[in-house]
Design a protein around this ligand. Structure first.
Ligand code: HEC
Ligand code: HEC
Ligand code: HEC
Ligand code: HEC
Ligand code: HEC
Ligand code: HEC
Ligand code: HEC
Ligand code: HEC
Ligand code: HEC
Ligand code: HEC
Length: 306
């Protein structure tokens, strides 16, 4: 009997060393590589703790969960030596609890805070996740696993198409806007929602990947940044005075088509015989985003002719 006890104690020590350490090592290694600061780390470990349970090792899970173990082997987490129990909690009680296989972290039954908390035991220090708690998704019970599938190898959402599919599952309105005749090429997977929005949150409004709206647009449309000698006032204020962000019925993603767009703010003018000029205003005012060319009367009317 005493032999048995000491054996199982030694067994426990062995299990402790073999199963707890590798996951701690993975978490530490992870922090090292992402250049993170453990000092600002919030402690999420309670989300993977199960009172009284001990680790038994991933091999044990395999015998009953062959399918999950097989698909898991191809994932980044598996390659990074993250164990089943790093996410599902220690399994000893789960296995012992004859015909009552609770006592394990089951994601579909966990609250979104608890489910995300598991991931954040390691990822609270990942650079990309620093704004998670300030984000709109966090505040609306969106889960990491709504976008990331961790039991298949697509965890990272590598392609733009995969990223967009994840977003439009919930954001039907923006998906519909993206199907209008003129749109940012999201549907074509030449860009992704995540090019403009940080899915993990952020301090900018709408979780935009820039401090203000025009700066976002300039990241890809730098030719309109200027500085121009003569700025067109609404352009400096916000590109969205005239454009939509996702899609539009009108050419060039305009809010309203020309000449109505311009007539909202300008009276327009007449030709020599008093007939109103209702062509596309930009046929003549072609440098509508700003110009360095002065007009005869001072200022600029945004007509750049050599
Ligand atoms: C002796 C067999 C056995 C072992 C070993 C075992 N499990 Fe289970 N597990 C089960 C059974 C049976 C269920 C209940 C399945 C069901 O309700 O459909 C279950 C349920 C689960 C669930 C919840 C899934 C659900 O649909 O309810 C998770 C998560 C889980 N196990 C993870 C693990 C992990 C991680 C390990 C290793 C630490 C492990 N299991 C070891 C048999 C086992
Ligand atoms: C990186 C964290 C993580 C690791 C590591 C992990 N899982 Fe899971 N597992 C999850 C999540 C999250 C789900 C919920 C399904 C989903 O949304 O993808 C899940 C689902 C399951 C389920 C189905 C029950 C359910 O809740 O839907 C079982 C069984 C399971 N995992 C077993 C395992 C086994 C066995 C291993 C090790 C071979 C393992 N898991 C490793 C996170 C993990
Ligand atoms: C025990 C620590 C640990 C836990 C818990 C954990 N991860 Fe990870 N995760 C890692 C490590 C280590 C990597 C690889 C290094 C890296 O890319 O940051 C990684 C990578 C990732 C990646 C990038 C995959 C890639 O292809 O590069 C995603 C996405 C991810 N994890 C999501 C999750 C989600 C979602 C959960 C919760 C269900 C979770 N992780 C739980 C440690 C963990
Ligand atoms: C709304 C969808 C969405 C949610 C929710 C989400 N992610 Fe992501 N995640 C993405 C997308 C898209 C990418 C890849 C592009 C990028 O980094 O913006 C990504 C990338 C990652 C990466 C890789 C980062 C890198 O630098 O390579 C990790 C790790 C990760 N997510 C973990 C998490 C964790 C942990 C959670 C929950 C706390 C979470 N994600 C919630 C969409 C999401
Ligand atoms: C599981 C559903 C779900 C998924 C998947 C999802 N979102 Fe969201 N998202 C929400 C909810 C809920 C809100 C908050 C309510 C709202 O504004 O619609 C939100 C809000 C937002 C906001 C508004 C932020 C603000 O400040 O008002 C943006 C931007 C956003 N999501 C972008 C994305 C992107 C990009 C993706 C894909 C990488 C994505 N979402 C995937 C559910 C989701
Ligand atoms: C070219 C950059 C860009 C892309 C790509 C983009 N958005 Fe936006 N999105 C914006 C801007 C700018 C705003 C804020 C101004 C506004 O209301 O249009 C916004 C606003 C939002 C909002 C807040 C509600 C609303 O419509 O005002 C959500 C949700 C959103 N976007 C989701 C998405 C989703 C989902 C995708 C991918 C299908 C996507 N965005 C692609 C720039 C972009
Ligand atoms: C991540 C890069 C990126 C960002 C950020 C971006 N755009 Fe674009 N934009 C594109 C691409 C790519 C196209 C398509 C160009 C093409 O088809 O030749 C485009 C096209 C356009 C068009 C022309 C559409 C048409 O019908 O021809 C307008 C107008 C436009 N963007 C305005 C904006 C505004 C306003 C913003 C800021 C809210 C913005 N863009 C932010 C990449 C971006
Ligand atoms: C006063 C209204 C107005 C504002 C504000 C405005 N635009 Fe435009 N934009 C237009 C009009 C009109 C067109 C179509 C020009 C044409 O037909 O020649 C256009 C065309 C474009 C195009 C596509 C054509 C091209 O030359 O590539 C892009 C990209 C664009 N704008 C980006 C922006 C960006 C970025 C901002 C903010 C810095 C912005 N616009 C602000 C009116 C505006
Ligand atoms: C949101 C309102 C707004 C819209 C829309 C707008 N503008 Fe302007 N525009 C202004 C303001 C404000 C000024 C500066 C007025 C001033 O200095 O007297 C200005 C200046 C001008 C000037 C120079 C006027 C002068 O007296 O020097 C021209 C030309 C002009 N806009 C043409 C256009 C055209 C063409 C369009 C349509 C593509 C357009 N604007 C759309 C607000 C707007
Ligand atoms: C056929 C070319 C042409 C078209 C089309 C045109 N403009 Fe002009 N616009 C001019 C010229 C040339 C001037 C300079 C007149 C001057 O300096 O006396 C001018 C001047 C202006 C001015 C400066 C103030 C003023 O009234 O002199 C504004 C504002 C303006 N146009 C707005 C518009 C709007 C709005 C439209 C579309 C409804 C439009 N223009 C269409 C050629 C055109």
């Amino acid at each position: 009997m005493s032999k048995f006890t000491s054996l199982s104690l030694r067994g426990l020590c062995f299990l402790w060393i073999c199963t707890i350490c590798p996951s701690n090592a993975a978490a530490k290694e992870h922090r090292k590589r992402t250049g993170d600061h453990p000092s600002v780390e919030k402690d999420y470990s309670r989300y993977v703790e199960l009172p009284g349970a001990e680790r038994i090792g991933s091999d044990q899970c395999l015998s009953c969960h062959a399918e999950e173990s097989k698909t898991f082997r191809r994932t980044v987490h598996s390659q990074e030596a993250v164990e089943c129990e790093s996410c599902h909690g220690p399994g000893s009680l789960h296995v012992k609890s004859e015909n009552n296989y609770t006592k394990i972290v089951k994601f579909s039954a966990a609250s979104s805070d608890a489910a995300n908390g598991v991931c954040l035991t390691c990822h609270s220090t990942t650079a990309a996740l620093q704004n998670w708690s300030a984000g709109s998704h966090q505040g609306h019970d969106v889960r990491c696993v709504n976008c990331h599938r961790v039991h298949t190898k697509e965890a990272k959402l590598d392609s733009r198409r995969e990223q967009n599919e994840a977003c439009i599952r919930c954001h039907r309105k923006q998906a519909a806007e993206g199907n209008l005749p003129y749109h940012h090429p999201i549907r074509e997977a030449k860009m992704s929602c995540a090019d403009c929005h940080d899915p993990h949150g952020g301090t900018a409004s709408n979780n935009l990947r820039a401090d203000n709206l025009n700066e976002l647009c300039f990241q890809c449309h730098a030719e309109f940044q200027g500085p121009f000698t003569y700025q067109h006032v609404p352009v400096s204020e916000s590109c969205l005075k005239c454009h939509t962000s996702h899609g539009s019925m009108h050419r060039n993603l305009l809010q309203v088509s020309e000449p109505m767009l311009c007539l909202q703010c300008h009276p327009g003018h007449h030709n020599g015989s008093g007939v109103p000029i209702l062509n596309r205003c930009t046929n003549c005012h072609s440098s509508i985003h700003g110009s360095d060319v002065p007009s005869a009367t001072g200022g600029s009317v945004f007509i750049d002719k050599p």
